[in-house]
Design a protein around this ligand. Sequence first.
Ligand code: C5P
Length: 364
Amino acid sequence: MTHSATQFISPLTFQALSGNPVALDLLDADEENAMGHINLARWADIVLIAPATANSIAKFSLGFADDLLSTVFLATNCPLYIAPAMNQAMWNKSVTQENIQRLKSNGVHFIGPESGDQACGETGFGRMSEPNDIVIALLKNSKNSILQGINVLISAGPTREPLDPVRYITNRSSGKMGYALAEAALNVGANVTLISGPVNLSAPHKLQPINIETAEQMYHAVLSRVDKYDIYIGAAAVADYRPVVCSSQKIKKQADDSIIKLQKTRDILAAVASLPKNSCFVVGFAAETDNLEFYAKNKLTQKNLDMIAANWVGKEQGGFDKDENALQIYWNSGNKSLKMTNKTQLAEQLISLIAEKMNEKNTT
Ligand code: C5P
């Protein structure tokens, strides 16, 4: 923190909230060599200045090193990021813009600012980007961006197959796994499109899902765009059957029993995997109550998939509508177990396995 920053928020507040020590001074008597700034500069993988004032930006641009922040900025060899925050008039001044251009031409990355209401009561450019956007920008540029620029299409959630205007057949899928996969893929640099059945989830930041209801709508949503994607992950629990007839009027109570005639829906995953000249890496899911390995491997070969992620479903086994899950992953030449953990971590592990196997496929 600069000393000006400590006038807004006390270092103790930052320390308590982050659980990390707060560095303030250039010469740190607690450090063995009193060279806290050099140690910090060597230690960091990334330096991000957020929020960065016009004054700090001017100092960085001219190579000033008269406090801890500007000294670390000058002394480090790691990637440098600045998220500016200042009054719109200060942002628009040519001297500020010249300082920014000078830093950019020296390889410093800028994140934001955004336009909007400012703390000073004015409106315009100079608002610091939302913290979430800053994190996404950092992750996209980091060496962990294993899917940088890769187009990923994900289907998630259940489908609803209508019987009449008020009733439908559906399943227990919550969409949590598909949404977690979308977030994990975004965080490693992918361009993600999410096609979603009806769920009670908020989409990952800045991702607008394409909402569908029926298996047939999902089929069209996927097949009409999948040729532009490098990876397709079918995480949706698509209905296997739909009512042959959907009554335009509410079906009335009549006989003591009633039969609903069903017909098979089209298999989206198999259709994607069998597209001519298909270069997409296709990943399916298999939720099973028994014979997990047998059924999963069967689907892998019969649907001609690159990978399948299988999990147990049932009363005690997790799966649908749970926050945790375990997965058994199969591909043609191997398999891997991902042990029981929350769906966020599970999605991160599955995305890195997909990236690894897709690269292997594309290099052989
Ligand atoms: O054959 P089964 O329905 O068990 O396969 C599950 C996998 O197939 C999931 O990845 C699911 O998204 C996909 N699927 C599909 N279209 C269907 C049925 C299942 O894409 N009509």
